[in-house]
Design a protein around this ligand. Structure first.
Ligand code: SF4
Length: 457
């Protein structure tokens, strides 16, 4: 057990987050300390940090990072930058500095590896070039469908394998919630910028149910889907049928997401999926024939028993299939997943392999004409690495950008949906979460409706 006594701090949160990148949760303690006389506390594996009594958090984190690097023999590439939105501090700097000046500032401030600071610079450059503007007076909508055909080994989402009658009951409540929130939004003249139907796997629902759902959203929020960005996740190819995709497309949806995660059949079996790589190819064919303009494909770097060749073969096929958006996730092993139960320290392994996979993806996607356009990090990702959304220029998802900016209200509907209200005067977000269990969502439905009023209080 390591003990880090940190001088002149009151809140250990940021230092805990940094130490977690290097050490397991039960392998260290961060102890706020005040004063210089610590010699009586220091024994084997105990260290005193910030002897100079600085009040600059970044300076203290740099000292802690260097100490941990020496102790553990690694230099995590994101340096001292913790938190899930690495682009936020960078974009804030871009109002006063050029992108290249910003890149140098973040590299020095966070001890960031140059390939990561240049990735941030590329993303900032792309977003700035698209002139996305301020949409803080608008809102976007997220709708959760918490059903999947089977549960993936690494899944920690509100996702359930449930009988068809549960889908019917759930949808009935969800349609009421949409209508209720739509009334409120119309009363307050809220303009909708984008809609995202995720989960779970929304295409677990039937084509009639999908039609009902989209019609209800369009009517309740008085929004013509054809005029805004709308994405429906069709993540699991075994749920895709011509009828379902036609139903989604008929209402003006222009984007879907088919998420292979890997194109290796052995991996798909290992992670608990009930489909093959051929089903993914078929899903793409149906989506193209139905006329979808933008298809996103998610891949995961770091799946069990995969190496760099497996990963690059999957990516190569996604590029060949012509996905307009490709999102490269680093595997995150969170509580609630079977993988975490079976191997709690899985995310501490294979950091070098996964880092290589991300390097390969950057090279291949850049060579194929894709641009990185959004980025986020999650807890318990292998090597404390990142997720990056790539797009063919001009095909980015505005919803993905807005959700990472934290400068727009996101209306969350359905079980597991976490909405947020943006207060522009204070540049502050407040979260409003529905319960994640779909049965409790139906049972406590009145409470879910009452929570909707919070969006306008
Ligand atoms: S497809 Fe996504 S939501 Fe469904 S079980 Fe797999 S990881 Fe979970």
């Amino acid at each position: 057990m390591y003990r880090f006594y940190i001088n002149n701090i009151t809140d250990e949160y940021h230092y805990l987050e940094l130490a977690r990148v290097f050490l397991p949760d039960d392998g260290f303690e961060i102890i706020p300390y005040s004063g210089n006389n610590v010699s009586h506390l220091l024994g084997v594996n105990s260290f005193f940090i910030n002897e100079a009594c600085s009040s600059d958090r970044d300076e203290i984190k740099r000292e802690l990072y260097e100490l941990l690097s020496g102790l553990c023999g690694i230099r995590p590439p994101w340096g001292t930058l913790t938190g899930v939105r690495p682009l936020k501090p960078a974009l804030a700097l871009c109002s006063d500095y050029s992108v290249s000046e910003m890149e140098k500032i973040i590299r020095d401030k966070y001890l960031m590896r140059p390939d990561k600071s240049s990735l941030i610079a590329d993303i900032a450059e792309y977003q700035l070039s698209q002139k996305l503007g301020d949409a803080s007076d608008k809102a976007s909508i997220y709708i959760g469908i918490p059903f999947c055909p089977t549960r993936c080994e690494y899944c920690s989402f509100a996702s359930n394998v449930a009988p068809a009658e549960d889908h019917v009951k759930y949808l009935s409540c969800l349609l009421d919630e949409i209508a209720y929130m739509g009334d409120l939004a119309r009363e307050h003249n809220t303009e909708i910028e984008s809609i995202y139907i995720g989960g779970g796997t929304p295409t677990t629902l039937s084509s009639d149910q999908l039609s009902l759902l989209i019609e209800r959203v369009s009517a309740s929020f008085d929004t013509d889907i054809k005029n805004i960005e709308m994405t429906v996740e069709a993540g699991r190819p075994d749920t895709i049928t011509v009828e379902k995709l036609r139903a989604i497309k008929a209402h003006g949806t222009d984007r879907i997401s088919i998420n292979p995660q890997s194109m290796k059949d052995a991996t798909l079996r290992l992670i608990g999926r009930d489909h093959t790589a051929e089903d993914i190819r078929k899903g793409f064919r149906i989506a193209r024939e139905t006329g979808f303009e933008v298809i996103n494909a998610d891949l995961i770097a770091g799946l069990p028993k995969e190496d760099e060749d497996d990963f690059s073969a999957s990516l190569s096929e996604m590029i060949d299939l012509g996905a307009e958006n490709i999102t490269i996730h680093t595997l995150s092993v969170k509580k609630g997943s079977r993988l975490k139960e079976h191997d709690p320290s899985f995310y501490r392994k294979n950091a070098e392999t996964v880092s290589n996979m991300l390097d390969i993806s950057r090279q291949m996607l850049t060579d194929a004409g894709y641009m990185p356009y959004y980025i986020y990090r999650q807890k318990h990702q292998i090597g404390a690495l990142e997720n990056v959304g790539w797009c063919k220029p001009g095909t980015h998802s505005i919803y993905n950008i807005r959700i990472m900016e934290d400068k727009q209200t996101i209306i969350g509907l359905g079980a597991g949906a976490v909405g947020k209200v943006y207060y522009p005067e204070e540049d502050r977000i407040e979260r409003i979460a529905n319960v994640s269990n779909y049965r409790i969502y139906s049972e406590r439905f009145d409470e879910m409706l009452r929570r909707k009023k919070l969006y306008y209080e």
